[in-house]
Design a protein around this ligand. Structure first.
Ligand code: AOF
Ligand code: ZN
Length: 334
């Protein structure tokens, strides 16, 4: 429920049971800087209600003074008897210290319940903490033959209303949405989201376009001669590599600006480069039950030159969901 509002913090939810096992409170981390899930759930209760009870949470309770005091201390204070945790906190300042605090106070700790699901829920936080890198997701909407537009660029619409609504929800879960000048020049998308990143190597886009009207926008370019920009637009200078923006450098700069995850919505050229350079953590591929059947139509991933099928990039399917009449295949990199 905190999705879109807690970055760079993890998504955390919590349930409190009384000594008889009845649910008496729930809570979640709603917004960065505000109460953690456990504090949110426990503060709704009277002092005695949770005594002898169980607290169930998807991340190890914290042990540090950050924006708020340690959750582990509050759990001890409130007299809980048992804490059930899905995964340990990967933040090095917590990493097992929350569990130790609870155990030292005589609380029984059960670990690893729904651990796989918990790790999937907080895949962004885990990558950020362990690798100090931006989490990169790519979304595409294709026909059965993997096309995103005909040869003339006609693409509205490949997928239907339900799938497109789901895309809006996915965008919201990321810190920013990245696209390219070609996509903006062809589709003139609005992209209603807080932060946008535009790859515009030669600064071809005009700031008067619809795209620039809302949100904070970072424009990545290799141009040194910079135009005057509107207040919501900031230029990031990136170096060039074989006439292409250095994408790794771009992602490092976005991370340094405080962004922790990016949702890429672009065409086959950028998608192909990201795939080639192994920069994609996750793919959301919507597939419509349509066939273009034309070799010259535009592919979702292009630009690679391989001979053996064994040189393909391989992914693991995480889920397949229907958004009638389309499907969404969610994949993670191997
Ligand atoms: C929990 N429950 O709901 C959250 C946790 O800046 P702060 O004070 O909010 O601390 C952020 C760190 O606390 C974060 O990196 C992670 O280790 C932990 N977040 N822990 O038990 C929560 N949001
Ligand atoms: Zn906490």
């Amino acid at each position: 429920m905190g999705e879109g509002n807690v970055s760079p913090n993890p998504l955390v939810g919590c349930v409190v049971l009384d000594k008889n096992g009845n649910e008496i409170s729930t809570g979640y981390h709603k917004k960065y800087g505000e109460n953690h899930a456990e504090r949110d759930a426990l503060l709704k209760l009277g002092e005695k209600d949770a005594v002898g009870g169980t607290l169930v949470v998807n991340l190890e309770p914290c042990s540090h003074y950050g924006k708020t005091p340690p959750c582990a201390d509050l759990i001890v204070e409130r007299g809980l008897k048992k804490v059930v945790i899905a995964m340990r906190d990967v933040n090095p300042i917590v990493a097992g210290n929350g569990i130790k605090k609870l155990q030292n106070a005589g609380i029984e700790v059960v670990e690893g319940v729904l651990e796989k699901e918990a790790k999937e829920l907080n895949e962004i936080f885990i990558k950020n903490m362990q690798e100090h890198k931006l989490f990169v997701s790519l979304k595409t909407a294709t026909t059965l033959d993997g096309k995103i537009a005909t040869k003339t660029g006609s693409s509205k619409w490949i997928t239907s209303a339900l799938a497109r609504e789901k895309v809006m929800e996915l965008r919201n879960a990321y810190d920013c949405v990245l696209t390219t000048s070609s996509t903006v020049l062809i589709d003139n998308p609005k992209f209603e989201c807080k932060t946008k990143v535009l790859l515009d190597r030669e600064l071809k886009c005009d700031f008067s376009m619809q795209y620039f009207k809302t949100g904070k926008i970072y424009v990545a370019t290799t141009q040194k001669d910079l135009p005057k920009t509107p207040e919501n637009v900031e230029i990031i200078n990136i170096s060039e590599e074989n006439n292409k923006l250095n994408l790794q450098e771009l992602f490092e700069k976005l991370y340094d600006l405080g962004l922790r995850s990016v949702f890429v919505e672009a065409g086959g050229t950028l998608n192909g480069q990201l795939i080639e350079q192994n920069l994609v953590d996750k793919i959301y591929q919507f597939v419509a039950p349509k066939i273009v059947g034309d070799n010259s139509a535009k592919s979702a991933y292009s630009g690679r030159d391989i001979e053996e099928i064994s040189a393909s990039k391989n992914y693991t399917i995480q889920s397949v969901e229907m958004y009638e009449p389309d499907v969404l295949i969610t994949l993670k990199s191997n």
